[in-house]
Write a protein that binds this ligand. Structure first.
Ligand code: IPE
Ligand code: IPE
Ligand code: MG
Length: 224
């Protein structure tokens, strides 16, 4: 199944502890490692997509945006071993052409080195927006003068380009009940779960409980 997570609440976690927001992002990155390792070793989960930076997050103060870019670069450099050890394939959705050449290169290297792994595909959403993704897909469709259809729009989405299926379970942490422009097309029939836990406090144990709850739900897809 495809599990998708809106990792929210890093700033509030840090604030509650009297720390700078950046400390929340650092702790959040550690949680990404734990959750990814858990998913790699769970046979039910084949795809884990994580909302890491939205097309709207550029609105944040310059120092926070710069910190997040640096954190991502360091993460990819330091955690390559984690990907290799757990046989996790790394993939990205979103428009990374806005990132520095150095970061784009780092992303490419990580992709290349992990491309043959099949245990889990971890998808980072970077400079990702659901509307931006659909708009880019429709533009390609028009440029190629192709017929407008559900399948044709879908095939040019970042997810389809990388063979990532629709979302089965969408989780958002931090208590906000909204999707904030994440995977708008692909969540058409996703089951949703909202938890008050802030992302830096999220654990594999809580994820296990959510998956249990998910498995009890009846998915009807409009049928009866
Ligand atoms: C999510 O945490 C991480 C990113 C969006 C990069 P936030 O930074 O949004 O934390 P809150 O929502 O302000 O607590
Ligand atoms: C969504 O969180 C984006 C990511 C988790 C990367 P935000 O914190 O940016 O969303 P809003 O502003 O609360 O909707
Ligand atoms: Mg937030």
């Amino acid at each position: 199944m495809h599990l998708s997570i809106i990792m929210d609440g890093n700033g509030r976690w840090a604030k509650a502890k009297g720390l700078n927001r950046t400390e929340g992002h650092k702790k959040g990155a550690q949680v990404v490692k734990e959750i990814t390792t858990f998913c790699a070793n769970n046979d039910k989960i084949n795809y884990l997509s994580l909302y890491a930076f939205s097309t709207e997050n550029w609105k944040r103060p310059k120092y926070e945006v710069e910190f997040l870019m640096k954190l991502l670069d360091n993460w990819l450099k330091n955690e390559l071993d984690t990907y290799l050890k757990n046989e996790v394939k790394f993939e990205v959705i979103g428009d990374i052409s806005k990132f520095s050449d150095k970061l784009q290169k780092r992303i490419e290297i990580t992709r290349e080195k992990t491309k043959n792994f099949t245990k889990l595909t971890q998808v980072l959403a970077l400079n990702y927006g659901g509307r931006d993704e659909i708009t880019r897909a429709v533009k390609k469709l028009c440029d190629n003068k192709e017929k407008i259809s559900d399948e044709n729009i879908n095939k040019y989405l970042d997810t389809a380009i990388h063979n990532i299926p629709d979302v089965d379970l969408l989780i958002r942490t931090s208590g906000e009940i909204r999707v904030s422009n994440f995977l708008l097309w692909q969540i058409a029939y996703a089951e949703m779960f909202f938890t008050k836990t802030l992302w830096p406090d999220f654990t594999p144990q809580e994820l296990e409980k959510i998956i249990e709850d998910f498995e009890k739900r009846e998915r009807r897809y409009g049928g009866i």
